[in-house]
Ligand binder design. Structure first.
Ligand SMILES: [Zn+2]
Ligand SMILES: [Zn+2]
Length: 733
């Protein structure tokens, strides 16, 4: 009889659905959530321990032994391990890749984590006699000791290096003799905070806070629908204060570009030092520090984008998701999941509340209100009682546009600037012009690796593909026929900016888009004139539509919304309504009355007409009715399988195989199979893409299908030539 061996299953960051078994050497402590260094192929990989069991060794002759343990304690609690397993299962994503998302970047490497606190050395009291003897026998130790005795709060490594280049050795000896002690100091990103009292809550805000706080200790989804300017953040702040006072922690999620230094400052000035942030603009080390301080309970609040949801917490009491309708909460590449939906799951597992806030809640959340654990609260008036502007249509079907602007719009801009107002023009297309074309032969600026046109960026004299980033210099003559006259069509934000500068030379024109804004600090800097209140024109993409507060804007113009009316994207009308209301809501926040102008060539289109006189709730009721009629989300669930391959035929063939398996499965109720068909943009970054979707209004049927399907698709999955991705609840079909 051979001894049983301890066999551990690890999740590795690989696009595979199985775990990897290794043998654990006797006596080693192993708890799920710990990281280990593992031999893999010719190298090493980091694996997260998922499960352990004893097995007769004879069954595992070829099993390798783990190399070393990287953590003394699990990095992921059993709760987060459970959440990761749920996410992997629900969204059909490989567990290893999911677990890697749960870890901060620093912890994804094959190395132990470092201390985030600063090490400090202090001197203990010492008798003069001993001190004198050290002075005689060990002058280096004496120098260090003296410096430590003279410092008020001890010295860190950098300060000790000032005393002696080789300070390590003497300190080590002094430490071993008990004369010097090492302690830690938290490395807080902000050392001083001027705490400030909040605004007095309005009666309505107060009412909502007390209604929600009665319920803070159990799982409920509180949907806060508040018009722009109604002070949702004040409600969040009040709730956060209550939760912190109970000794619990808060995760506060904001959209990708909603986290500004201004917001962070506002939170810190109200809640104190215990607010840390986590977003893509921070370095790996900074994010790790935030993660670690939140994990250890040094910070009470972590504010961040999507992935901050996976922050480890000893005592999580509340999750807040601001602008919950925002598409950036849906991760579209790598692991595909919706942070809002995973947040709701996490809250349910912990039996704590979630607050979802938006002026324009998603159709999913509004639809979910019929569920017993959902509650709706409304803030229908702005804090300062100003009215959100009504939307007026500018009929531009009969008038020539000048660089995207109708004469009526230009006239309105002039009037508002003259009245000392600020103007915001929304155009969701960056670059100078979207199309460059030869008039002679019809040549167009197509990307050589995508089915897309390259956009003209005149400032750098380049054609850039917005899908893959490929760029070329603008040709002097047509590459096909050699004619020298190449023209551009359509208007992007760069061109609009240049045009407005010529039209309104006395005011500042500020462009806000991904090309012109490099960081959130840079954004704040560019927005300075806007905050100061001088007349100016803001031109920008959806970066301007989110959460930011510009009280002096009196006119909002939306330039190119018509494309949404005829889009094949089934959420196009929902997006249009949300964007128009979010953008127009930026006008008239202070005493000055606002105006919102929507330029359209289709002024009699029903949706355009409704936008002018219906509230958001009325608008979405109509859209929801349409969705219910055609049985589309949120009345149905969708799973999309996409294959990208070196050839379209191969992608289609893989999906045909998948379809074959799908039709052979037996489910309780039928699911609709759409496809396979080439994706809307078939070629992207040199690969060909095809897709197949399944659709059902029976949630159980979809679950059943996926459970039966997953074990059977190993053969279809990844090779160098083709790659399958699964998208559960995708935003598009
Ligand atoms: Zn040509
Ligand atoms: Zn491209």
């Amino acid at each position: 009889m051979s001894q049983p061996a301890k066999i551990c299953s690890f999740a590795l960051s690989l696009p595979v659905y199985h775990l990897f078994d290794y043998e654990l050497l006797e006596g080693a402590k192993a708890i799920p959530g710990m990281r280990f260094k593992l031999p893999f192929g010719r190298g090493q990989k980091m694996g997260v321990l998922v499960a352990c069991q004893e097995q007769p060794i004879s069954q595992h002759k070829n099993i390798k032994a783990v190399l070393t343990k990287l953590d003394e304690e699990p990095l992921l609690s059993s709760h987060l391990m459970q959440l990761a397993c749920w996410l992997a299962d629900y969204y059909c994503q490989p567990l290893g890749e999911v677990l890697f998302q749960f870890l901060p970047g620093k912890a994804r490497k094959v190395e132990p984590l470092t201390e985030t606190r600063v090490q400090i050395w202090t001197a203990n009291p010492i008798e003069d006699e001993i001190l004198m003897s050290i002075r005689r026998k060990a002058p280096r130790q004496y120098d260090v000791l003296l410096a430590l005795k003279q410092s008020a709060n001890g010295l860190n490594a950098a300060e000790l290096r000032q005393i002696h280049e080789a300070w390590h050795q003497p300190v080590k000896i002094l430490q071993s003799r008990g004369l010097v002690e090492r302690t830690y100091r938290e490395n807080l990103s902000f050392s001083k905070v001027n705490l400030q009292p909040g605004f007095k809550l309005t009666e309505n805000q107060q009412k909502i806070c007390s209604q929600m706080s009665l319920l803070t200790e159990q799982f409920l989804v509180h949907l806060l629908q508040g018009v722009t300017g109604s002070g949702k953040t004040e409600v969040y702040l009040e709730l956060m204060l209550q939760v912190i006072q109970q000794g619990k922690q808060v995760i506060y999620l904001v959209p990708e570009i909603g986290l500004t230094p201004q917001l962070l400052e506002r939170l810190q000035s109200r809640l104190g030092q215990g607010v840390v942030s986590s977003h893509s603009a921070l370095t790996d080390l900074q994010r790790y520090q935030s993660w670690d301080q939140f994990k250890r309970g040094i910070a009470q609040v972590i504010i961040g984008t999507r992935s901050a949801l996976f922050s480890e917490s000893q005592n999580l009491g509340l999750i807040i998701i601001d602008e919950e309708h925002d598409a950036s909460f849906r991760q579209q590449d790598g692991i595909r999941y919706h942070a809002r939906d995973v947040a709701i799951k996490r809250a349910q597992m912990l039996d704590i509340p979630v607050v979802l806030g938006s002026a324009t809640p998603s159709l999913e959340s509004l639809h979910n209100l019929s569920k017993p654990h959902y509650r709706l609260y409304r803030l229908d008036t702005r804090v300062n009682n100003s009215k959100p502007p009504t939307i007026e249509l500018l009929d531009c079907s009969q008038v020539p546009l000048n660089t995207g602007c109708s004469p009526q719009l230009l006239k309105a801009i002039k009037q508002h600037l003259n009245a000392q107002g600020q103007v915001l023009l929304y155009l969701n297309r960056r670059g100078f012009a979207p199309v460059v074309m030869c008039h002679e032969c019809g040549w167009q600026s197509s990307c050589y690796q995508c089915d897309a046109r390259m956009t003209l960026h005149q400032s750098v004299n380049k054609l850039i593909c917005h899908h893959c980033g490929f760029s070329v210099m603008v040709p002097h003559k047509c590459p096909d026929c050699g004619v020298k006259e190449i023209r551009h069509y359509g208007v992007g934000t760069q061109q609009l900016e240049e045009f407005l500068k010529l039209q309104f030379p006395t005011v500042e024109v500020i462009r806000i888009d991904r090309d012109s804004v490099k960081s959130s600090k840079h954004f704040e800097l560019k927005m300075k004139p806007v905050r100061e209140g001088n007349p100016c024109i803001l031109v920008g993409t959806q970066m301007l539509a989110k959460g930011h507060d510009y009280p002096h804007i009196t006119l909002v113009g939306l330039l190119d919304s018509d494309q949404a009316l005829y889009s094949s994207f089934y959420r196009a009308s929902e997006r249009l309504v949300q964007t128009v209301l979010q953008v127009s809501g930026r006008a008239g926040r202070a005493e000055k009355k606002g105006q919102a102008l929507l330029q359209t060539a289709f002024p009699s289109h029903p949706l355009m007409l409704n936008l002018c006189h219906q509230s958001y709730s009325e608008l979405v009721t109509g859209i929801l009715q349409e969705r219910e009629m055609v049985r589309f989300p949120p009345y149905a669930r969708v799973v999309t399988f996409q294959v990208d391959a070196v050839e379209l035929a191969l992608a289609m063939q893989k999906l045909d195989q998948l379809k074959q398996i799908l039709t052979e499965l037996n489910t309780a109720s039928p699911v609709k199979i759409i496809g396979p068909m080439p994706a809307l943009m078939t070629r992207r970054i040199g690969r060909f893409r095809a897709q197949l979707s399944i659709l059902s209004d029976n949630t159980q049927a979809i679950r059943q299908i996926l459970q039966q399907l997953m074990p059977k698709i190993q053969g279809i999955r990844n090779t160098a030539k083709s790659r399958l991705t699964i998208d559960v609840d995708p935003l598009d079909l």
